[in-house]
Design a protein around this ligand. Sequence first.
Ligand code: AMP
Length: 224
Amino acid sequence: MNILFFGPNGSGKGTQGAILKDKYNTPHIESGAIFRDNISKGTELGTKAKEYIDKGDLVPDEITIPMILDRLKQDDCKKGWLLDGFPRNKNQAIKLDESLKKADMGLDIVVEILLDREIAKNRIMGRRLCVNDNNHPNNIFIDAIKPDGDKCRVCGAELKTRADDQDEDAINKRHDIYYDDNTGTLASAYYFKDLAEKEGKVKYITLDGAPGVKDVTDDLISKL
Ligand code: AMP
């Protein structure tokens, strides 16, 4: 199963993505996580990406597009993949579409989580990352996934915040990019929505991201 996952930063994309990953047993490819991994390892890619990430800007396409397209060619992606955080603009969508067609690789499902911008912003600022496992959801503003004191609610590990999650200007910039349906991330989602309508092979699923995690998950499962 080849899946694309869209949703504004703060919409619970990571949480729902983990559910899809388990259901279809595919690698969960998160562009943002690949960058963060490179930053923590001090690679050249990480150093270049950091200056953009810290400001809430997109890492340039010349870096991001080959990084993701190469990742999709790795062996573990032969059984399918779940792509999260890419494409993020219309150019990336076009390049991904071209590359998939060239590799004779089909897209099966596109998921778009809908969420009001103000709610998404609060959720980002409340997000806490588990140092043991990034997929352990913790958020001080969401009752269902409130940390256990100041520790991870799943495994009890230390929690930290992402620097770009606490900077309001950076969050606003990230959301400007996401909600831009002309050239930004929504434009890239709609690019695949149009394809889904034209070609009829791709299932395009929209989810209301406002309810609690479990309700969104139930909605997702019922629509798959
Ligand atoms: P995320 O974890 O998805 O919020 O991504 C964190 C940051 O990584 C973003 O704010 C961007 O700076 C960068 N990034 C992630 N995915 C992309 C992408 N597809 N294109 C360009 N930059 C990206």
